[in-house]
Design a protein around this ligand. Sequence first.
Ligand code: AMP
Length: 280
Amino acid sequence: MIIFKQAKPLTEHLQKEQKAAKKIGLVPTMGALHKGHLSLIKSSKLSNDITVCSIFVNPTQFNNSEDFKHYPITIEKDIEQLIIAGCDVLFLPGVEEVYPPGYQKKHYNLGSIENSLEGFYRPGHFQGVCQVVDRLLQIINPDNLYMGQKDFQQCMVIKKLLELTRKDKIIRLNISPTIRENDGLAMSSRNLRLNDTEKILATSIYKELTAIKNNFHLKPLHSLIQMAKDHLQEKNFAVDYVEIANMQDLNPAKNSEEPSVALIAASIGNVRLIDNLILN
Ligand code: AMP
């Protein structure tokens, strides 16, 4: 695996490969890699000649400075895992490579998707996500982009970003299913910040999503939402939202005939977790 810390040599390296008709897959991450990230590397390797993984804890997408400060960093272990997974290129930039002097902060017109759910509770988050992904796309110019359903709304935002900014080149967005621990807990870098008791407690999020799915056609949606909120609050979660949303626009679903997804964001102590489950 070749590690690039600077953007320019990486762009030049990949341009050469593209001239030789090589297909490039990009897996953007913030590191502290787990099996969820590695599943994206695996998907990319199946359909591309070169798989590039980026590790960059992007400061512009954090609305909470404590969350940024405590974001787990395990770079040596990450490199080992990427080598074993057969990743070809790791892009490991510093902030000044992603946002060099003179970088003009863009605003992306994402529409209503920007301000609901995650966007509401993390103001500015999706603008920051778009800034970093837009820059990574400029630097790497991939044919395929790999993201996880775990961040359902983020996938919708990136789909919109590609429509807005990549009119002359088609970049395919490939969405991989959420990889879970055996007990259902969605794998997440932030799980490293949970102690053993909290990790067991955290499985309640998936349990509530599953309960919503099992009762989706049996009970009114508002009562399913309220029940999940009550159960989580009883267990001392601070719940940001439990929502049953239309899969196309993430507006609240009106009935169980709509293609729907249940989404939860809740914190244990100061560790905020998100998860979702497609319902039909
Ligand atoms: P992150 O490092 O958390 O920014 O995640 C990088 C990418 O990995 C994003 O596209 C995430 O959606 C994806 N991802 C994170 N957790 C999982 C998981 N448990 N299963 C599948 N993909 C995941």
